[in-house]
Structure formats: C-alpha cells, structure tokens
Ligand binder design. Sequence first.
Ligand SMILES: Cc1ncc(COP(=O)(O)O)c(C=O)c1O
Length: 362
Amino acid sequence: MSDRPVNFNPGPAILPLSVLEKASKALVALDGVGLSVAEISHRSKEFEAINADAMARVKRLFQVPDTHDVLFLQGGASGQFAQIPLNFLGHEQVGAYVLSGAWSKKALEEAKRLGSAVSVASSEDKNFSELPSLDGVEVPSNAAYVHTTSNNTIFGTQWPTLPQFSGHRHVCDMSSDIFSRPVEASKFALIYAGAQKNAGPSGVTIVIIEKAWMASAPKTIPTIWRYQTHADNQSLYNTPPSFGIYLVGLTLAWIEEQGGLDAMAKLNEAKAKLLYDAIDGSDGFYRGSVTTKDHRSRMNVTFLLSSEDLDKKFAKESEAAGLIGLKGHRSVGGMRASIYNAMPMAGVERLVTFMEKFRKAS
Ligand SMILES: Cc1ncc(COP(=O)(O)O)c(C=O)c1O
C-alpha cells in the first residue's frame, strides 16, 4: 500500500488509486486531445465515446438486457426518491416500500408527497438492526412498484440475496453496494445508485430502467424529470457531469480488470469476514451492531465499543494512525468501516491490527 491514509469514509468514498492517477493526467490533458476532460464539449466525439464506453461497461457488468436502458443522471439517489414516484405513481396506484433503514424511509416520505405510498415491511421497531422479515408480506394489488434498498449504509445491513416480488415491478436503491456482486438487471424494473461509493465520484446517478415502463410515464411531467428524455438523448439532454462520467468509466474498467463482479464479490466477502471475525473474536470488546449475522453488510461494517468515551478514543486514535472516516453514524453510534470495492485487503488488515492493539491497550 502507498503511504496515503486508509479511507473508510461512507461516501464519497475510496476510489482505486490507479483510477485517480489516470484521472489526474486526464484532468490536465486527455490523451490525443490535449485539453482537459473537464473542458471539452459534451457534444464532442471524444466525450460521446467516453459516455458510451461507461454505459457499455454498466451493461456488461449487470447483464443489462435490450429491454432496459442505462442512464447517467444528476440529483443523487435522493433525486430518484422523487423522480420514481413522479414518473410512475398513477392516481389509482400505490408505491410499496420495504423499510430497512433511513434512506428507504426518506424514499417513502418523498413518494407520499407525490401520491399514495405505504410501508409493506419494516424493521424500524428494531432501529433497523436487522432486515425486515418478508414472510407473508402483502403487496397491494394496485402497487405501481415495490421499492427496496439493497444495502443499508448507515445501519450496516445488506440483503444476502435480493428479494423478489413476483407479479410486481421491483425498484431497488443500490447506492451503497452497486457493482459489489453479480446482479441480473432483468429482474428489476429500475435500479438506481449515486455513484459515490462503488462506481466513481459524487455527481453522477446511475439508473438502469425497463424501457416499456419508462415509455408509459405521463408526458405532462417536466421534460428534465422524464426518464425518457434522457434515454432519447444518451443522457446528454443537458450538460452532464462529464468529469464524473469519465471517472465512472475508469472505475468500471478497473472492476473489469479485477475480474468483474464475481471477483469483486469474492474479495468483498473475504474483507468483510476478516473484519467480522476480529469483532466476534474480541471477547465482547467490540460488538457488531447488526443483530442477525446473516444480515451483516459486506460494505459497511458497523460495530460498537462499550462506552461513548471508548468510541471517542477509538475514533481519535484510529484517525491519528491514518485510518480515516471510521466514526459511526449518530443514529447507530460506535464505528462504521466502509470497505467498498476499492478498499484493498491490506487496508482491512491495517484496521484489524489497529483494533487488536487498541483492545490490548484499553
Ligand atoms: C442507500 C443510500 N440511498 C440513498 C442515499 C442518498 O444518496 P445521495 O446523497 O446521492 O442523494 C445514500 C447516501 O449515502 C445511500 O447510502
């Protein structure tokens, strides 16, 4: 590893060093162009090629079928909380939401501003320390879609296998685990993610959407908020976040170079195991905050120490040791290690070594 600090931030988050090095050159002069990728026209053939290449990589990685389109939008995942009901929640319909964390709650609240939406399963009564049970879940027959969140960034839970809802369109917020494991896009009507954890920098929102559904949205919606507008224009209807899209392309190329999503999943599994084993083997000094082990996230590993004072000490000393961004979200407390795709095994090893030293010294 280089002597850079190890970045455990939840997002914006760690990017592969080779991607940053390549991008730093392109920020000054793109190969064969001589100008910065940030200062060329989004209508230029060079940028069109960058855009098309990044989209092609999304399609390859997620096996996106011809029935679906890939879009690069703006407004983050939070923008999708509104854009989805705006496009798809008809008067006679309801949005069905599975509540597994703070972000899915926000998605539901936003849908309620625009139409009728309900929670069909929730683990809020357990402060989202596990995933909600879907046993016997009843999705209303007039549901326009069922909305889930694949990985709960704040609470550190992740669906081990993504649920399915036969007979209903499935919309999934994959902001914090997109491209961390294989996914078949054909099973979803819409997948969305802010790029800033596993796929690039903030400012780009990745959307994979079923074409027929997209076409069914009312034409009365303002042009910029219609998915179809962006599909019709290869996501170049208005000025896109061009440097961000360039970085997404480089990040996805890096994933493909590592062996694709199977290889990513294997590495992510191994990194998470090392960390959870250190937590579980600490004689109770560290405690995982997720109550059901099978629901533990391979992206955001949340753990508690025995007091707030120890939490503060751990956060301070880990930062001084070059381990950055470990303080947990205020709604959970304790620590959260975000170990996205770009986190090398060596980074997790450094954390585990620090945890052991800290425990012995306390
Ligand atoms: C699962 C999930 N959904 C949505 C969001 C909100 O994303 P954005 O800041 O891109 O709107 C986040 C942000 O961390 C997230 O982790």
